[in-house]
Design a protein around this ligand. Structure first.
Ligand code: ADP
Ligand code: MG
Length: 379
């Protein structure tokens, strides 16, 4: 039966999205001019820039809501021109500021709309709706049968996110999703979103004009100005090496980061706690239990005073059923001195792909440097 035919996915996951020489003009005015940009699979890429700089146009050329005049957009090396646009958009979640929930449909019906169109049965839809509502921290029983106007702006925004996630697309395009919210709620949603982001592990292109939001959420940030890409890089690259005055201005280089070079690791590290120390001979199975109890994602393996490496919950889970000693599964750890410069430490972490370093003084652990936290403390 046609009804039960589920459309096959175009892509299960994103390896890369490449925009090459992409241009869009309205009359003689460029909305986007000769844009070259690669978005990596699994990253959250921020598009930021002044109003009218071409962010929304760029985003919409990725899912073909807008067709470019010239240049190409490829997803996993498939030219989007060769794909039916409706099918393409089914594989891409799209979230905007005023999410446009259907007012005459309940929250449950709104979230379950696309699964319904795709021919899921009632039970499957209900299960998915409940799961998604819980995921965006809205009690399913309380909210499922309400109508959009009975919800606050922030709650509606979460429903919009849940709806976009219903088909579990590997790619999300988000256009100022928190733009209309008051600052406190926005902060709260950003925090929740950061958690969600690492859990769902999807590729996300996220438009904002708020640099704080960009620094908090972005793996990389692309800065646009007057239809052109000015610079793209990790937050710390933009902060330490702005391409021009405009970028420096946006990341507020002048005011907030003036004394960056003089900041030391000790100024921004978190205090070390003996709870983070695990003995080398411990079995990995016991370590999981202990880390769960202490609510830790990372811990450090010591043999007496000798540091052997770090363990993470994720890695331990992988060898869950083994009774290996943690010294045999520990991975390398970046070590810093309290008087290393923060700029140096951040770029070292970045280069090794780590987000966390251990600060050691006179052979004793004294602190932990978490790159995301450092950036948050700076803004
Ligand atoms: P942003 O999202 O960065 O604010 P947009 O991508 O929406 O910017 O717009 C970029 C430029 O293109 C702006 O100058 C805007 O006025 C122009 N533009 C966008 N859409 C249209 C349209 N449909 N017709 C004419 N001009 C447009
Ligand atoms: Mg816009």
């Amino acid at each position: 039966m046609v009804q039960n035919m589920q459309t096959k996915r175009l892509f299960e996951r994103i390896d890369s999205i490449k925009l090459k020489g992409v241009t869009k003009k309205y009359d003689s005015v460029y909305a986007v001019k000769d844009l070259d940009l690669e978005i990596y699979g699994g990253e959250l890429l921020i598009l930021i820039g002044p109003s009218g700089s071409g962010k929304t146009t760029t985003l919409r050329m990725i899912n073909r809501m807008i067709e470019q005049d010239s240049g190409s957009v490829t997803i996993n090396d498939i030219d989007t021109k060769d794909v039916d646009p409706v099918r393409l958009r089914r594989n891409i979640g799209y979230v905007i500021q005023n999410i446009g929930l259907f007012p005459h449909m309940t929250i449950g019906e709104n979230i379950g709309l696309v699964p319904k169109i795709e021919g899921w049965n009632k039970k499957e839809i209900k299960y998915k709706v409940k799961e998604l509502l819980a995921f965006v921290s809205l009690s399913p029983d309380m909210f499922m049968d309400r109508y959009p106007k009975q919800l606050s702006g922030g709650q509606q925004q979460r429903v919009g996110l849940a709806r976009a996630m219903a088909m579990d697309p590997p790619l999300f395009l988000m256009d100022e999703p928190f733009g209309a919210l008051d600052p406190i709620l926005r902060k709260q949603l950003q925090k929740e979103f950061l958690k969600v982001k690492s859990e769902i592990n999807r590729t996300i292109v996220f438009v904002t004009h708020d640099i704080e939001e960009a620094l908090i959420l972005g793996d990389r940030i692309a800065i646009m100005d007057q239809a052109e890409l000015v610079q793209v890089g990790a937050p710390e690259e933009l902060i330490f090496n702005p391409a021009n005055e405009m970028v420096a201005d946006i990341v507020d280089n002048q005011r907030k980061f003036k004394h960056m070079d003089t900041l030391k690791v000790k100024d921004l590290m978190s205090q070390y706690d003996d709870e983070y120390t695990f003995e080398a001979s411990m079995k990995s199975f016991d370590a999981i239990e202990e880390m769960t109890k202490r609510d830790l994602e990372n811990a450090f393996v010591f043999d007496g005073h000798e540091l052997l490496g770090q363990i993470t919950m994720v890695n331990l889970m992988k060898c869950r059923l083994s009774d290996k000693r943690i010294m045999d599964v520990a991975g390398p750890v970046k070590v810093f001195h309290p008087y290393d410069s923060v700029a140096f430490a951040l770029s070292e972490l970045k280069r090794s792909g780590e987000t966390l370093g251990l600060v050691i003084n006179s052979k004793r652990p004294v602190g932990i440097l978490v790159s995301d936290e450092v950036l948050l403390k700076l803004i």
